[in-house]
Design a protein around this ligand. Structure first.
Ligand code: GDP
Length: 303
């Protein structure tokens, strides 16, 4: 229900436009496809994703001999889901934290996207699922970042390992690992700095943090989650490209989906970057983080 509520803006805009299109065009022809492209691009689905989709749709329309536009909704949903998953196993969209021993999640992203909030929500969710969670305050750069993470730590009722502002993030993460091991935690979630003014420094810092994690726990980090703000549209895609060049991103947390009608960005991210969206943020509250489900998302668009 939360999901439907959070997706309302995208759904209402999108389904409204599609229904309008279908009402105006009885026949599925070139003009119909042209307008459909426009609707999808306006929803931030991404130009190359839209091109792929429309190409597939045209073939499917021929194959199934679809003439009437009212029949095309189901075909669009099917194809969108197909494009979303590609050849991948559907299980890819969930967190992979089932291994032995301490599981480490590294969380990266630019300031303001909702990184701290998402860490708090995720800690809460994992804890509710019976996991013993610890947070490491690796954003030692932004003023107030440590305190903000502590606030979320209190809300989620999980401990936060911290140093003072300006200290070495890799040292904080190292201490986080030590604390997590000695307290036999199940999951350590590591925050990182998100200043993009100095891209090279930021990427070097991330690499150093990652090396510490890899050295201390073989096989870790088990997840590298990149937090992106859905309301920034194509900018989010640019950020995703930058971060995935610097580190192996295993999943996206797409925040503020409740604040945009352009939820199509989910599909663009998956299709253009081959990174699964694992969670979506649908509000500012601690319960407003949902595991992303492409089927529910796409079918929701047409409901
Ligand atoms: P950070 O700088 O990346 O750590 O960003 P914050 O976690 O401080 O979040 C920035 C702002 O975005 C805060 O006001 C959050 O409440 C808000 N925010 C984060 N996630 C969501 C979301 O999913 N939906 C909405 N509406 N707001 C969000």
């Amino acid at each position: 229900e939360k999901y439907q509520e959070g997706m309302a803006k995208t759904r209402n805009t999108f389904s409204g436009k599609i229904n309008d299109l279908i009402a105006r065009y009885r026949k599925v022809d070139e003009d119909f496809f042209e307008e459909l492209e426009e609707v999808l691009i306006t929803a931030d689905v991404g130009v190359s994703t839209v091109m792929d989709l429309v190409e597939e749709l045209k073939m499917e329309v021929k194959r199934q001999k679809i003439k009437d536009s009212s029949e095309i909704k189901d075909v669009i949903s099917e194809k969108l889901v197909e494009i979303y998953y590609g050849e991948e196993d559907k299980s890819i969209q969930h967190l992979q934290l089932d291994g032995e021993g301490l599981q480490v999640i590294l969380v990266v992203g630019v300031n303001g996207v909702g990184k701290t909030t998402s860490i708090g929500k995720l800690a809460h969710q994992l804890k509710a699922g019976g996991k013993n969670v610890i947070l490491a305050a690796g954003d030692t750069f932004r003023a107030g970042a440590i305190e903000q993470l502590e606030v979320w730590g209190e809300r989620a009722d999980v401990p936060v390992i911290k140093h003072s502002e300006g200290s070495d993030p890799a040292a904080v993460i190292y201490d986080g690992i030590k604390a997590a091991k000695s307290r036999e935690a199940d999951v350590l979630i590591c925050d990182t700095a998100g200043r993009l003014q100095n891209k090279v420094n930021l990427m070097n810092e991330l690499a150093k943090v990652k090396r510490v994690i890899e050295r201390e726990i073989p096989g870790a980090p088990h997840e590298v989650l990149l937090v992106l703000d859905a309301t920034t549209g194509q900018n989010a895609l640019t950020q995703a490209r930058t971060f995935s060049e610097a580190t192996d991103v295993t999943g996206i947390v797409l925040t503020k989906l409740d604040g945009t009608a352009k939820g199509g960005i989910v599909l663009a991210i998956r299709n253009e970057l081959q990174i699964p969206v694992k969670f979506v943020g649908l509000g500012e509250g601690i319960d407003d983080l949902q595991q992303f489900d492409a089927d529910a998302f796409v079918y929701g668009l047409f409901s």
